[in-house]
Design a protein around this ligand. Structure first.
Ligand SMILES: [Zn+2]
Length: 226
């Protein structure tokens, strides 16, 4: 169920036993072959699957901007920065007190740190909130095999597979210092961290299934504890 499609009275009695799942995305370059909305698409898809698997979950409209400063210099990238993202999440979750709790599903690695800070603040205030992000290989972190396969499995019309080319395939810990200093452009001229050239819809479907299982487990454990 999507929050934006519900009418307010439909939630009056239900909100207190309903979890709000919020997709956190980004609008940033994803190489020559994937759309700028890739992280938002993936986070939204994971929230929908969570709602399919756990009763009383409502999916909020996605947050399409994140902290994407490291992708500056590539056309189309927009970023609201770390502090603004932290503030946005804190205020959004504070406003969701009618709900039983909030699950923040993050599709973009650059959002992780500001999100951790937001969750720390919100929990200190006594709010019921958790954040989750899909795990991936250290040599395939951006617009590579994984993300490309997932978008193929969703039959996303924005994928241009014939434009896919390998980027830097060194594991992230090996390039993180250069990346922090000069952004993605300094380590990968085409903006890809990984190799998307062998991506497949089947691989993407398997990845989505694995991520969904992991998300459902994390939320179920958290619900049992909170
Ligand atoms: Zn991405």
């Amino acid at each position: 169920m999507n929050l934006g499609e519900l009418r307010s009275p439909q939630l009056t009695d239900r909100a207190a036993r309903t979890l709000l799942a919020v997709p956190l995305g980004a609008t940033e370059q994803h190489g020559p072959h994937l759309p700028l909305s890739t992280d938002t698409v993936i986070a939204t898809q994971l929230c929908r699957r969570l709602a399919d698997r756990i009763p009383d979950v409502v999916v909020a409209p996605p947050i399409p901007y994140g902290s994407s400063g490291e992708h500056a210099g590539f056309a189309g990238t927009l970023s609201i920065g770390q502090a603004m993202l932290t503030g946005l999440v804190v205020e959004l979750v504070r406003s969701a007190d009618d709900f039983a709790g909030v699950v923040l599903v993050n599709g973009h690695g650059g959002n992780a740190q500001p999100l951790r800070e937001a969750v720390r603040t919100l929990r200190a205030e006594g709010r019921t909130v958790m954040a989750w992000a899909p795990a991936g290989r250290a040599d395939d972190t951006h617009a590579g095999h994984t993300e490309t396969s997932v978008l193929l499995s969703l039959e996303h019309p924005g994928v241009a597979l014939d434009a896919a080319e390998p980027g830097v395939t060194a594991p992230l810990p090996d390039i993180i210092d250069d990346l922090r200093r000069g952004g993605v452009a300094a380590v990968s001229p085409n903006g890809v961290l990984g190799d998307p050239t062998r991506a497949s819809a089947d691989d993407g479907a398997a990845v989505l299934e694995r991520w969904t299982d992991s998300l459902v487990d994390a939320v179920a454990t958290w619900m049992a504890e909170s």
